[in-house]
Design a protein around this ligand. Sequence first.
Ligand code: 13P
Ligand code: ZN
Length: 263
Amino acid sequence: MNFVEETVSILEELYRHGWDERNGGNLSYIIEEKEVKDFLKEEKILRTYHYDFDMSSIVGKYFLITGTGKYFKNCKRDPETNLGLFKILDKNTIGLLWGLKDGGGPTSEAPTHLSCHIERLKVDPLHRLVIHCHPTNIICMSHVHPLDEASWARDLWKMQTESIVVFPEGIGVLPWMLCGGIKIGEATAKKMKEYRAAVWSQHGLFSTGRNLDEVYGLIETIEKAAEIYMKISGMKIYSEISNENLKELAEFFKVNYKKGVID
Ligand code: 13P
Ligand code: ZN
């Protein structure tokens, strides 16, 4: 499978879960130069897009990015209309090399995606992927749970055994903000210094990682914890994962969990 085929199968999974209704959600994926060379006959810039933030550290990199207003459910049937392959041309410009053949542009959340890539590459040189989606229970939880990050980490870890193993660093949480701009991009990228995932209250989730399986798995695990939280909150609890149990898990699976949450 090439990178487009791999990507559309994950987009379809996300859609099937109900996490990307209509045009909800977007994805951006760093593609290696060799993969681009195998995919394209020649490198020709079809259109350019300008952003008012500094992309110097990713100039020359290639990104597969979903189009604005495009539906995840249609990506498998017609990838060349719904996705675009871009190159970062200079510190403020990206160029389209392939795709978006109906004249469409990159996702409106491109400033957040690209800012998150810049930040995550500083933390992890193997980082490659950002997925934004609208998981139902994460959105529910942002309505009924205080927005402080320590209590989000603690409550999500306590919902199921695997949470602390999969996201030991916890999760970033942003209050409701206007989406689609540079301001929310900067706020999200700031969270990415510490976390691989950040909640956009009353909107969805931004998740990052090294490959499609890892990021998809991170979204599934966080959303499952939120689903359990929403199902049991308000009920009388008879048994729970204690702080000591969480520490045992972290020690056994050798993960460095966020301090100040359960200590
Ligand atoms: P786009 O259609 O521009 O990708 O926007 C979808 C979305 O989820 C906005 O946050
Ligand atoms: Zn969204």
